[in-house]
Design a protein around this ligand. Structure first.
Ligand SMILES: N[C@@H](CCC(=O)N[C@@H](CS)C(=O)NCC(=O)O)C(=O)O
Length: 100
């Protein structure tokens, strides 16, 4: 199995776990728990010097930040569906959002 997802589900890792499920990916869930200090171990800091989860290791490609990870997974596995849908999204009229 190539893809590893680090981080317990009660963290922002939930975003990535949800995306992986939506995409039907096969992955290993490495339950690094921020509440017990596991994000500050030497091994975890070698993956993410910020000491946070989520992190993925995709066959040696390491990435952190939940939204960056989700964009990466959507582009790699979403066959265009997720990113095309996102590009059609527009803010509701008058809400002042830039859509960026
Ligand atoms: N902007 C980051 C936030 C990551 C973050 O704050 N993760 C928390 C858990 S929700 C964490 O790992 N904290 C560990 C710590 O501060 O030691 C993302 O979206 O991935």
């Amino acid at each position: 199995m190539a893809l590893k997802i680090y981080g317990v589900a009660r963290s922002r890792a939930a975003r990535v776990l949800w995306m992986a499920k939506e995409l039907g990916l096969d992955y290993e869930h490495v339950k690094v728990d921020f509440a017990t200090g596991e994000t500050r171990t030497r091994a975890h800091l070698a993956l993410n010097p910020n000491g946070h989860v989520p992190v993925i290791d995709d066959d040696g490609f390491v990435l952190w930040e939940s939204m960056a990870i989700n964009l990466y997974l959507a582009k790699k596995h979403g066959a265009g569906g997720f990113t095309r849908a996102a590009s059609r999204m527009r803010p509701a009229p008058g809400n002042g959002a830039s859509g960026a």
